[in-house]
Design a binder for this molecule. Structure first.
Ligand code: SF4
Length: 353
């Protein structure tokens, strides 16, 4: 299979929502000066869709998915919002943030599975990988026999491109790419409807990165799960995602179809991010980077959080906070948080070229 910029599954964005995040807010730390790591984030993931989330380190993308799945470690505190999971077999949406712990444990891995950053290092070095997959299945499907679990482990390895006989291997006998594939196999063991990948290939070389991404997309096409894919590399996301949300300083600043973001970013930060990585398709373009660094989330500036780094900032950007939303000037389905799109300003060249 090859990944390219051709249109993907037509039904994805018109599909039913499976996960709706509404006004999610997270602080780190108690007391008078918590870090406001996430502020009013809303996103919808549709069935079968690949939703990419991009942004610099510390922008809140991992916090978002850990909060949405209630895996946020202390001192992270969810201070607002809801996360509605639409179980296709259920009566109606349930709010994951208010689900009883027992139901949450049952839903985890079965409805929503996560492959963490650097997950390949979390395999137990003293157990064979087959046993580790079998144990993961046993924890959620205790009624299955050991032989059935072992057969499932072999099937899962084949599914992610590893020889079934590797069930007998120890983690140190596998390459980094193979260990990461084992973690993806474990995440898919219970056939989740949502697979969350948090920088799943960052520690791997580019060839292995590409192979694993192709494998994930092939499995998505075959098994129909939806994906939330987190990375700092937006050019990688453009290849694999149907829809992209760009985050900055704990907020979403642009959200649109992946191809629209790639062809014409509408937020100056999205533009900067796209020009910080070499494009994987099309003509070469100069890499510019983004000057400065993100603001201190404990002492956020007034106005637009990006204003001190923005090449197109207006005087009012220092005092007026731009709300994320559609405007008459934007394509349907695109939302941008930038005062340039209020209809009263001429767009700068970086957003029109
Ligand atoms: Fe730049 Fe102002 Fe738009 Fe913020 S609101 S991205 S500072 S132009």
């Amino acid at each position: 299979m090859s990944i390219d910029m051709a249109p993907r599954t037509v039904a994805t964005l018109t599909g039913e929502p499976i996960l709706e995040i509404r006004d999610l807010a997270v602080d780190y730390g108690y007391g008078a000066d918590p870090v406001h790591a996430l502020r009013g984030v809303s996103l919808t993931l549709h069935r079968g869709e690949v939703l990419g989330i991009a942004g610099e380190s510390g922008c809140g993308k991992s916090t978002l998915v850990y909060a949405a799945t209630r895996l946020l470690p202390p001192p992270g505190i969810i201070v607002g919002g809801e996360v509605r999971y639409h179980d296709p077999d259920g009566a109606g949406p349930v709010d994951i943030l208010r689900m009883p712990d027992r139901d949450l444990r049952a839903a985890r891995w079965q409805d929503t599975a996560i492959v963490f950053q650097g997950a390949m290092n979390s395999l137990n070095p003293v157990y064979r990988i087959g046993r580790q997959i079998v144990d993961a299945i046993a924890a959620h499907r205790p009624h299955t026999s050991r032989a059935e679990r072992l057969e499932r482990a072999r099937e899962l390895l084949v599914m992610v491109g590893i020889d079934a006989d590797r069930v007998r291997s120890f983690p140190h006998e596998l390459s980094g790419g193979m260990r990461q594939r084992v973690m993806i196999a474990m995440a898919l063991a219970l056939e989740p409807r949502v697979l969350i990948l948090d920088e799943p290939t960052t520690a791997l070389d580019v060839v292995m990165q590409r192979q694993i991404l192709e494998q994930i997309m092939e499995l998505r096409d075959r098994l129909g799960f939806a994906v939330i894919f987190i990375t700092h590399d937006v050019s990688l996301l453009v290849e694999v995602a149907d829809h992209i949300a760009i985050m900055y300083a704990g907020e979403i600043v642009e959200e649109a179809d992946a191809r629209d973001v790639y062809r014409r970013p509408r937020h100056p930060y999205s533009h900067g991010l796209l020009h910080s990585f070499p494009p994987l398709h099309g003509p070469r373009r100069p890499l510019a980077g983004i000057p400065g660094s993100p603001p201190d989330l404990q002492a956020l500036p007034t106005g637009c959080p990006f204003h001190s780094r923005c090449p197109a900032a207006l005087p009012e950007c220092a005092t007026v906070h731009p709300e994320l939303g559609p405007t008459a000037l934007l394509e349907p389905g695109r939302r941008v948080a930038c005062l340039l799109h209020d209809g009263e300003h001429e767009l700068p060249e970086i957003l029109t070229g």
